[in-house]
Design a protein. Sequence first.
Length: 319
Amino acid sequence: MLRMSANGVFGSWSPTIDSSIIGTTTYIFTPDASVCAIPATLEVTVVACFGFTLNSYLDVNGNNVEDNGEPKFPSGHFEYVINNDGVVHYVTPSNGLFRIYHNSPTELFEITYIIDAPASTYYNISIPSYSNVSAEASFPNYDFPVTVLQSFTDLNVALIAISPPRTGSFYHDRIVYTNNGNVAIASGSISFSNDAAVTINSVSELGIVPVTNGFMYAFTNLGAFETRSIEVIMQVPPIPTVSLNQLVTNSVSATAGANSDSSILTQSVIVSWDPNDKTESRGGKILFSTFMPEDFFIIRSVLRIRETLQHLACALQIY
C-alpha cells in the first residue's frame, strides 16, 4: 500500500490507489497525526487500453510454436493497415517483438511480417500474415514463426565508448559481441588491446588472461542472435604523462573458427581546469584573534567558478 503523498508526506490513501479501475476516481490522502499537513485529494482518470503483441521468433524445430529457448527473430519488419484505408504502417523492432496500443476494439488490422534482405535468403516465414485482427484488452499474441533455409554463423564485435579518457581519472569502454547467425557458436575468443598510455583497472568478466597491454577471453555457447558484453575500466595518468587532445586507441578482435571480426576505437584525452578566484566579505584574510565562535555562522564568501577547456568538472572541493 502506498504510504506517501506526491510531495513526500507520510499518511494513507482512501480508497487504495488502483490503476486498473477504468474511469475517473477521486482519492483522499490523510496525513499521519504526527505530520504537520492537511488532507489532499487526487483525481485520477484511467482510459481503457486495447491492443495486441506481434512476435517474430526463430522456430528451430518448425512446429509453429514458440518453445522454450527459441530466440526472437530480429531481421525483419511488420507492416499493418487499419480498416483497409490504404495507409501502410511500418514497424522494425530490434528484438522481433512489438506491442500495438489502440483506443478502439472495433477497428480491424491487416498485419504482415517481412524478412529483410539479405536475411530473406536464409529464412522462411511460416505464418506471414493475419487478417481482421482487432485490439483487445487482453493484448493477445500474434506469432510469426521463422524457419531456417540455410544454417550459418556470423560473429560480430564492436568497441563502444561509455565515457571519455579524462586525465588523472578512470574511463570506460564496452566490448559487445554478437552471433548474427542462426546456429550457436560453440566456442570463440576475444582479444582486447589497450593504448600504451593507459592501464586496465578492471574487467567485468572472470577468467580473462592478461597479456601485455590487454587481455584474452574465451567464450562458449553463444546462441543464435545472442549478444554479450564486457566492461573494461581503464585509468588515464595525469598531465604531463599524457597531454590534452592526445589520441588514445584501443582495439578488440573476436574469432570463432572461420568467423572473425574486429573494431577500433580512438578517443581524445580531455581535461577540466578551473581558474577560479575567491573573496570574503571582510577581505582576503581574517585576523584569528578577532574571529569569534559566532563568526562560524556569518562567513560570507564569493566563489567565481569558471570551468574552462573542453569538458565538465566531475568534482569540486572547497576547503
